[in-house]
Design a protein around this ligand. Structure first.
Ligand code: EPU
Length: 422
């Protein structure tokens, strides 16, 4: 199992190219099951999660290949397979996003019910409620959800839950509704840029979707969809992670291929604590050369502060001059990183869905354990700024969502070695 050994105390400087978005690419790749024509998806990052999804698409009868420009080509050749089994879903929860496309195109789908994960329970009741409203018949057997949908019909569907809307639930219902008869209206739809990207891809395939990016999405069903050639948006969470890396190391990074309009809440928090973020044509420069102020943060659905940057920002606030408060409103248990950061000298106290962060003068290197993707990124950031050596164990979590992050960080001055840790 790989681990990172990080020599701390480096200042990051230079230019970083941000990849295409993982969370946009996954539902877009799954949506290519909606047609038997070839889809070409560009800008897909080379990540463990993407490879898992491609294997799943292959097991569902699609041919998947990469061309010399690294574009992914998907062409469905066989539509009789309809099961995303436990082995696949256990390895990657986002496998659930094949449910809507398969149901719409093949009229039946079976997906293993995802279990909980390190960041919380993660139910899929809203996905199922939405698909049922479109007319799917659902049954549960042996841990699998069987969905039958010979005649999907457009409906008005409310997708709000106790923690707001659902990103992949919106993706599933929106994808299924493209081939349903009549008009579907999704109320309380997720507004995340990744949903806008999926809607744009579906429209490029010939769907009639309006209002994606707002809480009310309208989908007029069509008979069939065609192939499309599409480029995914830049990864706002990777960009946000590198912004925090610049800030925490008192460094200066220029990010290329970064859409700052997707990061307004994060940039606002960075400005509040004293980090300079300058937007220039096609790039953004992050600069920090002073002690940082504390700030209170609450994670929220887009355009609020993203839960996927909560852990990384917590590491940053560990080193602010004073006390901050971070409240999780999306995944109230997503705090596995706090105990690990405390092992490095942080002063964090969890009270329900809130963590009180008492700023300290420095973090000190230690062996720490990654528990999920974003928590691992938070520990790598801590290692970069800590005194001495930090070993982050189980970095397979970070490989799921960041393409060769240690190489990118090392190119701008970090000292991270990937080692095989038995
Ligand atoms: N929820 C329900 N019922 C449902 C679905 C969700 O109650 O049927 C709850 C969840 O438990 C949570 C909230 O609604 O409290 C939001 O969950 P959501 O469904 O939006 O999460 P997701 O679609 O499963 C995506 C991202 C996550 C990201 C969340 C929130 C992908 C592949 N995953 O998950 O990304 O944290 O949206 O923005 O797009 C990551 O990249 O590290 C990651 C975890």
């Amino acid at each position: 199992m790989d681990a990172f050994v990080i020599q701390g105390g480096t200042r990051l400087r230079g230019e970083v190219e941000i990849n295409g978005s993982k969370n946009a690419a996954l539902p877009i790749l799954a949506a290519s099951l909606l047609t038997d024509e070839e889809c070409v998806i560009r800008g897909v990052p080379d990540l463990a999660d993407v490879r898992h999804l491609c294997s799943l698409l292959e097991s569902l009868g699609a041919k998947v290949w990469q061309d010399k420009d690294k574009a992914l080509h998907i062409q469905v050749e066989e539509e009789s397979h309809c099961l995303a089994d436990y082995e696949t879903v256990r390895r990657m929860r986002a496998s659930i996003c094949v449910l809507g496309p398969m149901l719409a195109r093949r009229h039946r789908a079976a997906v293993s019910m995802p279990g909980g994960c390190a960041i919380g329970d993660r139910p899929i009741n809203l996905h199922l409620r939405g698909l049922e409203a479109l007319g799917a018949k659902l049954a549960m057997e042996g841990g699998n959800i069987f969905a039958d949908g010979q005649h999907l019909e457009g409906k008005e569907i409310f997708l709000g839950g106790p923690f707001g809307s659902t990103v992949l639930g919106t993706a599933n219902v929106m994808s299924a509704a493209t081939l349903a008869q009549g008009e579907t209206i999704i109320e309380c739809a997720a507004c995340e840029p990744e949903i806008v990207d999926l809607g744009n891809f579906l429209n490029a395939m010939g769907a009639h979707i309006h209002g994606h990016g707002t809480p009310r999405i309208t989908i007029r069903g069509v008979e069939s969809l065609s192939g499309a050639d599409y480029t995914v948006i830049p990864d706002r969470i990777e960009a946000g992670t590198f912004m925090i890396a610049a800030a925490i190391s008192n460094g200066e990074l220029t990010l290329k291929h970064c859409r700052t309009e997707h990061l307004v809440a994060v940039i606002d928090c960075l400005n509040t604590i004293g980090v300079d973020v300058e937007r220039a044509e096609g790039a953004v420069r992050i600069h920090s050369a002073r002690r940082l102020h504390p700030v209170d943060i609450t994670t929220q659905p887009y355009p609020g502060f993203p839960t996927d940057l909560q852990a990384q920002f917590m590491t940053l606030l560990c080193l602010a001059d004073g006390n901050s408060m971070i409240t999780e409103k999306i995944f109230p248990d997503r705090f596995m990183h706090t105990a690990e950061l405390n092992r490095m000298g942080a002063q964090l106290r969890k009270e329900g869905p809130t963590v009180l962060v008492q700023g300290v003068k420095e973090l000190i290197g230690a062996p720490v354990m990654a528990s999920d993707l974003r928590a691992s990124a938070a520990l790598v950031l801590a290692g970069i700024v800590a005194q001495g050596e930090t070993t982050v164990l189980r970095v397979y979590h970070i490989d799921r969502g960041y393409e060769r992050i240690e190489e990118k960080l090392n190119r701008v001055g970090a000292k991270i070695e990937r080692v095989d840790q038995p």
